[in-house]
Design a protein around this ligand. Structure first.
Ligand SMILES: Cc1cc2nc3c(=O)[nH]c(=O)nc-3n(C[C@H](O)[C@H](O)[C@H](O)COP(=O)(O)O)c2cc1C
Length: 351
């Protein structure tokens, strides 16, 4: 046992001992030990259940044919993004993406066979990526062996809108004044008192569309969002969450923000759903704020069994990994009080 773990128990033993209460002290120590072991076991159990859940969606088939549609498109996106990246470096090395090219082609062909190209952004990335890739690799010997397959695919999607895989970055004059940005950023606060004024769906959709510009791993955009606006459905969803007491019942809308676990592969991506959900949620919060709509983030710190119940009872798909909830609505009044929530100093932030 580490020093840190034994210290409080030793200190307790001493205090109780001095008071002549050694029997109570010993019982207390035993109880504390049990409690700690229980918590430790609980953590292990929850991690095991999470791992099993993650594994049932994030382990993909070895060949493109064995992959689900979601997995196939996610993998295709990863590779097509590799081509886009190759076009965005200061020095473009020709050839690039040589080892990954056959894998990309296999995935593209399988997505084509399943008719997934025309209807997806991954298809757009793949068609335009392949076009540009062929254009800059015309003299490359290795591409000759794939020429027939490449041409067949490009012919099939010849009418696909032409887009370059790398585009000009935003012009400088479209950038915000930094001080205005800071003011805007600092003017957002978590709001815990909402008016009953209905928030138009179009306003929420505007915020979600803005948030789609959020960065995500390999541009996979694994986010999925459920927008609850019906009072009884909001209350039902909030009944599984432990931090909305006193104000949740006032929120006229509730977003459940999470990710599709099928977008991830293997052990190294096990935390990606939470990172991508968090980034997306922040974007939504700021976009709602720009429209004068307040929000309050709500934690999703629940044991795995409650998560399962929530997904079942609220009709959400089993592969949906919740990152957090976001209660939203117009603030109760213009001069509403919010929790001050002071911030730590830059000194305490930097390592
Ligand atoms: C992931 C996350 C979970 C949160 N969960 C809750 C919650 O359950 N209930 C609540 O009242 N506030 C919750 N908050 C809001 C925080 O208390 C709040 O963001 C923090 O105090 C900073 O205040 P501000 O948002 O007003 O700047 C949560 C915030 C985050 C980012």
């Amino acid at each position: 046992m580490s020093k840190l773990k034994t210290l409080p128990i030793k200190a307790l033993e001493k205090v109780f001992g001095y008071l002549g209460l050694s029997v109570i002290a010993k019982r207390g120590v035993v109880a504390l030990g049990r409690c700690r072991r229980g918590i430790h076991q609980g953590i292990l159990n929850s991690f095991t259940m999470d791992a099993s859940r993650y594994g049932s969606f994030a382990i993909m088939g070895l060949t493109p044919r064995q992959m689900s549609d979601g997995q196939l498109l996610s993998r295709l996106c990863m590779l097509a993004h590799g081509i886009e990246k190759g076009f965005s470096f200061r020095e473009r090395k020709i050839p690039f993406f040589v080892e990954k090219f056959p894998v990309f082609l296999n995935l593209f062909e399988e997505a084509d066979r399943r008719d997934l190209i025309k209807s997806s952004f991954q298809g757009d990335m793949s068609v335009n990526g392949l076009r540009a890739y062929k254009r800059v690799h015309t003299d490359e010997q290795f591409l000759q062996s794939y020429a027939e397959r490449v041409d067949k695919l490009l012919e099939r999607y010849a009418d696909f809108p032409e887009r370059e895989p790398a585009i000009a970055a935003s012009p400088k004059d479209s950038q915000l004044d930094p001080e205005a940005f800071k003011l805007f950023f600092e003017s957002r606060s978590s709001t815990r008192a909402f008016s009953d004024r209905e928030v138009p769906r179009s306003e929420v959709e505007w915020a979600l569309e803005c948030a789609m510009k959020t960065p995500s791993v390999c541009n996979r955009q694994p986010w999925r969002v459920k927008n609850f606006t019906d009072r009884s459905q909001i209350d039902e969803a909030l009944s599984y969450q432990n931090g909305n007491r006193g104000f949740g019942h006032e929120a006229p809308g509730l977003l459940v923000i999470g990710c599709d676990l099928r977008a991830f592969f293997g052990n190294t991506e096990r935390n990606e759903a939470y990172v991508d959900s968090g980034l997306f949620a922040m974007s939504v919060m700021m976009a709602l704020h720009a429209k004068g709509i307040s929000s309050c983030s709500l934690n999703w710190c629940i044991p795995p069994e409650i998560n399962e119940k929530f997904l079942n009872h609220c009709d959400l798909p089993p592969w949906f990994e919740v990152g957090m909830f976001l209660a939203y609505g117009y603030p109760l009044s213009e001069d509403l009080d919010v929790a001050r929530s002071p911030r730590k100093s830059l000194e305490d932030l930097l390592l």
